[in-house]
Design a protein around this ligand. Structure first.
Ligand SMILES: Cc1cc2nc3c(=O)[nH]c(=O)nc-3n(C[C@H](O)[C@H](O)[C@H](O)COP(=O)(O)O)c2cc1C
Length: 441
């Protein structure tokens, strides 16, 4: 088959758009209603989506309560609990969960993902995040957030420990010989004994090697250390470029770093996050988006802009240009994107806030044909290997994608009509990693 797209669904919260829960016909309780989530994932599986992705945050959004009270993103299920339940009602679709390297421990993370991979028959993926919300620190005994560079240093060592733990048992270690009474072969067990700058972890993991060898590794950071971590470790990148030019340079940058660290660029799929709004005409799709944006209050809009900037914007003159703002310890790529947008489009603080208040990222707004054209172009231009779909509202926005866009992509040979195999690695065309301590003899 010629080049084709991979599609994942961004499902935490079920829509990122602040106005989503107020859209006519939307399930306002979708984040927290298991029956709805079950029907969403089953619909996505019928459409042959690669994966269902649960982002995660370790605090409520860091915005003033005046804005927070309007946000449906304030509460959502804990990813492992939800994905374990969803694994039981699906067969093929991948299950990607987020776990923080800043506020978690490698032994816990290795166990949870190994378990999810076994429960789901090889469908788990770990979205490695360093956690940009500074309020998270206060939920874990710290008064200040860990410094950005230090977060990434810890993340890199965290990855080595987790993957080392997954390789504790060789694939053939568990022999269960009922006759001899030997359950596993101790010569096929590796005790990690990791002693690094950040972690001291003896091992071994008390879980058999995951079905996929290692669950698929996902990354989203776009800062300098974020891109380097992706090049060294990631197999999927959920980037957030706003336009084709930025996406192309990010794609070339991350993949370009891989040979130097001994990796094949084909073993990394870059799937930019994109909100998809479908209409019977481009005008109708634009009108849907305008209606959705109109449901966002200014208090929410300015709070979202503050988060993106890593700086309180509520005191700025709404009708003036954005003032000079110092760099902060929050997301660096997020801040840089706001400054670029403000400069490119000469937007006032109010206009910028409106953009950020709803959904500020990349959006494909149009008919199934125009959106398929854009996606095809991004694929051919080496800007993306597929997309992380953000739905504008649920359930209709999701059904528009599965019922209208997916068939159009399939008609063009750009998307699978059936799964390639049973594991997420097979869907993504990724090799199963060899055990680093027991390479194939
Ligand atoms: C599609 C996507 C999903 C993300 N999901 C999460 C998440 O679940 N939890 C989280 O703390 N950060 C999440 N992030 C934020 C990234 O981990 C990262 O902090 C952000 O992209 C800024 O990168 P930087 O710190 O390298 O500048 C996500 C980012 C993107 C683009």
């Amino acid at each position: 088959m010629a080049k084709s797209l991979h599609l994942t669904a961004f499902m935490r919260p079920v829509s990122l758009h602040t106005g989503a829960w107020r859209y006519p016909g939307a399930y306002a309780d979708a984040n927290f209603n298991f029956g709805h989530l079950k029907s969403f994932i089953q619909t996505l599986e019928r459409a042959k989506f690669d994966a269902f992705f649960m982002a995660d945050h370790l605090a409520v959004l860091n915005m003033p309560v005046e804005a927070l009270k309007r946000s449906h993103t304030v509460t959502s299920f804990e990813p492992f609990t939800l994905l374990s339940a969803l694994a039981a009602v699906t067969d093929k679709i991948g299950l990607a969960a987020t776990a923080s390297t800043t506020f978690d421990e490698p032994y816990h993370v290795a166990r949870r993902f190994a378990s999810l991979d076994h429960i789901s028959g090889g469908r788990a993926a770990w979205n490695i995040v360093t956690t940009s919300n500074p309020d998270s620190a206060r939920n874990f005994g710290l008064s200040e957030h860990v410094e950005h560079g230090e977060r990434y240093k810890r993340a890199r060592e965290f990855f080595d420990v987790v993957t080392g733990l997954w390789d504790s048992f060789a694939d053939d270690a568990i022999i269960r010989n009922q006759e001899s009474g030997i359950f596993f072969n101790p010569e096929r067990l590796h005790v990690l004994d990791h002693k690094g700058e950040e972690f001291s972890v003896r091992g071994p993991l008390n879980i058999a090697r995951p079905v996929q060898g290692w669950p698929v590794i996902v990354q989203a950071g776009q800062s300098e250390p974020g891109k380097q971590l992706a090049a060294e470790t990631a197999e999927v990148v959920f980037a957030a470029p706003r336009d084709l030019a930025t996406a192309k340079s990010l794609y070339a940058d991350i993949k370009g770093r891989m040979p130097a660290v001994g990796r094949d660029p084909k073993h990394l799929k870059i799937l930019p996050a994109a909100m998809i709004v479908i209409g019977d005409s481009v005008e109708e799709a634009k009108a849907k988006r305008a209606r959705l944006d109109s449901l966002v209050h200014y208090d929410s809009a300015i709070a979202s802009l503050s988060i993106a900037l890593g700086h309180d914007a509520s005191g700025f003159d709404p009708d003036a240009a954005l003032p000079e703002i110092p760099e902060t310890n929050a997301s660096k790529s997020g801040r840089a994107q706001v400054l670029r947008l403000a400069e490119q489009e000469k937007l006032t603080v109010r206009q910028l806030a409106q953009r950020y208040g709803g959904y500020a990222g990349l959006a494909f707004i149009g008919t199934p044909q125009t959106i398929a054209d854009e996606m095809e172009n991004w694929l051919n231009e080496e800007a993306a290997d597929g997309f992380t779909c953000v739905f504008p509202f649920l359930p209709q926005g999701l059904e528009d994608v599965t019922e209208k866009l997916v068939p159009e992509l399939q008609r063009r040979g750009l998307f699978r009509t059936d799964y390639e195999g049973t594991t997420l690695r097979e869907h993504l065309g990724l090799p199963r990693p060899a055990n680093q301590f027991f390479p194939a003899e």
